[in-house]
Design a protein around this ligand. Structure first.
Ligand SMILES: [Zn+2]
Length: 245
């Protein structure tokens, strides 16, 4: 997969410096944004996606943004660290372990770099209970996870790039298995699966089944592979005048 922002001078580095290249490359690919600006999304009615011929994925349930599919060839992800002392330390560590296992599932399929600095990430995962959501009926609904997408232009030192920026809230205080299933689902949204499957055995099921789903199903994987084969403007330099707000 193509990597962004590869240093053009890399080939000129002496061999000695190249010994440490893998680490430096990972960090160079996840640079801190020197500036970001929101983009007013042009409301484009989502095109109807035809179901796959084999019916082995749920592509027709996904929705793109007005700029196309919000996916990147290389994601930089920040996870809120656990407390290193105090009463919450043990629970924080359980939360972090569960989130890391879920992230590992996606890491098997996508190029993902963990970063220390949230400003270097497109996906930020916070240990926080999502606020109650008011439904159309007027009732409020509690949930343990939420992912929110913003479309931005980010300057990471090499000009403006169109990026999805996703904030993921994963509630603390659930059992580790439940935390892991929640994280697996919300991270699916973060990495571009903005839609829900109708099969409770899929990680992206709209309604979870009795058993927490801790591994991506064949349908999840097929949908993800379809998504990542679609063209997109995300991750590319912003060419036209920005529609800044
Ligand atoms: Zn969802």
């Amino acid at each position: 997969m193509g990597r962004l922002h590869r240093l053009p001078v890399a080939c000129l580095l002496p061999a000695l410096l190249l010994l440490t290249a893998p680490l430096q490359a990972a960090e160079a690919d996840c640079r801190v944004a020197v500036a970001t600006r929101g983009v007013a999304e042009t409301p484009v009615p989502p095109a109807a996606i035809a179901p796959g011929a084999s019916g082995e994925d749920y592509r027709q349930r996904l929705r793109p943004t007005g700029f196309g599919w919000p996916r990147l060839d290389h994601w930089c992800v920040w996870v809120e660290p656990a407390a290193t002392s105090g009463a919450g330390q043990r629970w924080d560590a359980l939360w972090l372990g569960a989130v890391e296992r879920a992230l590992g599932q996606w890491q098997n399929e996508l190029t993902i770099t963990r970063v220390e600095d949230p400003a270097a990430a497109q996906v930020r995962i916070l240990r926080r209970r999502p606020p109650l959501q008011r439904q159309a009926s007027g009732r409020t609904r509690a949930s343990h996870g939420r992912a929110e997408l913003a479309v931005v232009e980010a300057d990471r030192g090499a000009g403006w790039i169109l990026e999805p920026q996703v904030q993921v809230l994963i509630s603390p205080g659930q059992r580790p298995e439940a935390t892991e299933a929640t994280a697996l689902h919300e991270l699916g949204h973060a990495f571009g699966l903005w839609g829900h499957s109708d099969d409770p055995a899929d990680a992206m099921a709209a309604v979870p089944g009795a058993q927490p789903v801790l591994a991506l199903s064949q349908r999840d994987l097929a949908t993800l592979r379809w998504l990542y084969a679609q063209p997109t403007r995300f991750g590319l330099p912003v060419l036209s005048a920005p529609a800044s707000r």
